[in-house]
Structures are given as C-alpha cells and as structure tokens.
Design a protein around this ligand. Structure first.
Ligand code: GTP
Ligand code: MG
Length: 189
C-alpha cells in the first residue's frame, strides 16, 4: 500500500560560491561535485553552474544547485542576478595571498545588500560560511594556518556561520564545509 512505501522528500537548495580571483572556487566545486582537481588555472567567465543530488537522510534527497561566480564579477553589475534564489553562500580566500582576505568582507557586503531569505522563511540574511583555501601549500612553505581565535571573532563580527580551512587539491574539509552549510539551510525551513 502507498502508506507503507518509503516517503522520499525532495528538497532543492541553491547556493553561491564567491571570493576573489583564483582563490579556488571552481576547484572546490569540481572537487565536491566530480571529485577531481586540476592545477591548470582557467579563470571563470561570468558564472558557471553545477548540479549534485545527494541523499541527506533516510528519506530526504537534496538537489543542490551551485553557482560558481567569477572573482572578477565583484567589479561588475551582475551579481544580483546570480544571487537570485540563493539560500546560502560560501566565501573563499587563498591563505597564500593575504590580499584575498580583504575581498572576503567585500563579498560578504555584496551578499548582504543583495540577498535575503524568502519571506516564508522570515527574510533575514542567508547563511554564509568562510573557507580559507589552499592549506596544502603550507607544507610547501607558502602561507600559514589561520589563527582560530581571530577567525572565530572575525566570523562573529561579520555574520559568518563559521569557517573551515580547506584544500581542493588534497580534498581536505570540502565535504565537511559543504555539509555544514546545507545543514544550516535545511534548518531554516
Ligand atoms: P576565478 O574563476 O578566476 O575567480 O578563480 P577560482 O576562484 O575559480 O579559482 P580556481 O578554482 O580556478 O583555482 C585557481 C588556481 O588555484 C588553479 O591553478 C587551481 O589549480 C589552484 N587551486 C585551487 N584550489 C587549490 C588548493 O586547494 N590547493 C592548491 N595548491 N591549488 C589550488
Ligand atoms: Mg572559477
């Protein structure tokens, strides 16, 4: 009988990945969606789009829509269009290039001024997490680990849910960070 069948609930979640040029947004998405990495840098033009369907719980399937926004788009006028329907965001910086951390607050401000949760969910800011990417390069003498206390405080003051150190190359923390964001979005419903 229909009542005895497993009820599968589908959910659709859209989120954007932003950050300055070359910080690793496309690489993080490729790692998460296809589990591949390439050291060739091909800058994203405008915006890219990726899809992934995940089994979240025994009866919940989530269809993820990931918007990969080019770093250079911060200087354009299109981000408002790309942010449409976003329920969450990931902001990425490159630990080997401290100047990309300055982009973090600028991207966050761009999100905060242009995106809000649906009215049915009370409006308000979408959940945003911060990724300190390319930690694999620390072992090669580039950059250094973040100061957890400082970054916690930064997240508090700037409205980030939390932060993760990641490496798209080593596949470090990409899955964990994404799960954290999805979990936060699902809790909003
Ligand atoms: P734009 O599209 O131009 O905004 O850049 P992006 O943020 O999408 O950066 P992308 O993923 O294209 O990566 C830029 C360069 O950094 C590429 O050469 C990647 O291979 C490299 N890269 C990305 N993530 C990592 C990482 O975790 N470790 C290392 N070592 N290199 C990385
Ligand atoms: Mg890119």
């Amino acid at each position: 009988l229909a009542n005895e069948m497993i009820q599968r609930v589908w959910s659709r979640i859209s989120y954007v990945v932003v950050g300055d040029l070359g910080t690793g947004k496309t690489s993080i998405i490729r790692r998460y969606v296809h589990n591949i990495f390439s050291s060739n840098y091909k800058s994203t033009i405008g915006v890219d789009f990726a899809l992934k369907v995940i089994q979240w719980g025994p009866d919940l399937i989530v269809r993820l829509q990931l918007w990969d926004i080019a770093g250079q788009e911060r200087f354009g006028n299109m981000t408002r269009v790309y942010y449409k329907e976003a329920l969450g965001a990931i902001v990425v910086y490159d630990i080997t290039r401290p100047q990309t951390f300055e982009g973090v607050t600028k991207w966050k401000k761009d999100i905060d001024t242009k995106v809000a949760l649906p009215d049915a969910w009370g409006g308000g800011q979408i959940p945003v997490i911060l990724l300190a990417n390319k930690t694999d390069l620390i072992g090669e003498g580039h950059g250094q680990h973040v100061n957890p206390t400082e970054l916690d405080q930064f997240c508090n003051e700037n409205g980030f849910l939390t932060w993760f150190e990641t490496s798209a190359k080593d596949n470090s923390n990409i899955e964990e960070a994404t799960r954290h964001l999805i979990s936060a979005i699902l809790k909003l419903e």
